[in-house]
Design a protein around this ligand. Structure first.
Ligand code: NAI
Length: 318
């Protein structure tokens, strides 16, 4: 496990959780490392999660809502693998090997033998709740059920199952093959074995860096990021500055790799709005409320890069 610098300040339950994890890892009853993974939803995030798992040599079953979305998800994985080969990040034979490890399906029942299932469907509680109910029915004890939610409290999803002790949040970042971070979110009821297995999986199999967050809407990263993105949208909406100047300000002035409006387009404006709603629901702070321009763009279907237009026009270069 990577060493982390001490913050000096007490972070209460997080240090305790780390100590308990270390103790549990030392015990012999923690099951072996996960090798069979399921992914529900194969959009921006699900396709990336499936890809990194297959590239790590794991057997992956991807489940989508319908044939059309499944075909689109498969194309997304293929295109991303091709890009990795073009950029010299993956050997040409690695692309075929990874694809061979992924089975694409529209039936939840095909997840029955999985040791870990990561849910990555749209950021809507009703849709995710139905998925967790189905996952609980098709998988048995011993299968960890994880959500990639950006903002929905894990407890609410865990309570849709009969075994909340095996439910936790594994929040990957976009694009998954490139971004090293995973936020690990345990609810009040997640047990230590589940947390240890998930930690070992992320760190030792996927070689990603974990940060641990309490189960509060937005966790660490989006609780900080979303108010910033919303401020940029409000700034543009009020006519204070253009999108290009707002983004250039943060890229050239603060050395951010991309500006807040380009980043909102990359995340997907529907996802930004949904995360803002969850944060607002939880904390009732005006800084989390989605600005009207964001809602209008979502209603217009201008969702960002994934549809070719958001704050910028990507037609011809999506
Ligand atoms: P997306 O809209 O690209 O993909 C969602 C996929 O879920 C679609 O392909 C849809 O067909 C599928 N789906 C919907 N209902 C389903 C069901 N019942 N069964 C199976 N598949 C179903 O959304 P995206 O961006 O991939 O987001 C997915 C999750 O990941 C959300 O919870 C989001 O908050 C989270 N997330 C998104 C990030 C981003 O940058 N877009 C970053 C980190 C997390």
């Amino acid at each position: 496990m990577a060493e982390r610098p001490s913050s000096g300040a007490s972070n209460g339950g997080t240090d305790l959780a780390e100590r308990r994890l270390a103790e549990r890892r030392a015990e012999s009853d923690v099951p072996a490392v996960i090798q069979r993974v399921g992914v529900v939803g194969c959009g921006l995030m699900g396709s990336g999660i499936a890809e990194v798992c297959a590239r790590a040599g794991l057997n992956v079953v991807v489940v989508e809502a319908g044939q059309e979305a499944l075909a689109a998800g498969r194309r997304r994985v293929e295109a991303s693998l091709a890009k990795a080969v073009d950029r010299g990040k993956l050997a040409p034979e690695g692309r075929a090997d990874a694809l061979e490890l992924i089975a694409f399906s529209t039936r939840m029942a095909d997840l029955a033998d999985r040791e870990l299932v990561v849910e990555a469907v749209v950021e809507r509680f009703d849709v995710k709740a139905a998925v967790f109910e189905q996952l609980d029915a098709v998988t048995g004890p011993g299968t960890i059920l994880a959500s990639n939610t950006s903002s929905i409290p894990i407890m609410r999803l865990a309570m849709m199952t009969r075994r909340p002790e095996e439910v936790l949040g594994l929040h990957f970042f976009n694009p998954v093959p490139v971004m090293r971070l995973v936020e690990l979110v345990t609810s009040l009821l997640t047990d230590d074995t589940t947390a240890v297995r998930a930690t070992d999986f992320v760190e030792q199999v996927l070689h990603k860096r974990i940060v641990r967050s309490k189960d509060r809407a937005g966790f660490i990263v989006n609780a900080l990021l979303i108010p910033y993105l919303l401020s940029a949208i409000r700034m543009m909406e009020s006519g204070f500055a253009t999108a290009a100047d707002i983004d250039a300000g943060m890229v050239e002035g603060c050395a951010h790799p991309m500006g807040p409006l380009a980043l909102s387009d990359l995340i997907g404006l529907d996802t930004v709005a949904a995360v803002a709603e969850s944060l607002y629901d939880e904390f009732k702070e005006p800084l989390y409320a989605p600005p009207p321009l964001l809602d209008r763009m979502c209603e217009a279907g201008l969702l960002g890069r994934k549809v070719g237009r958001g704050f910028y026009d990507y037609n011809g270069r999506v």
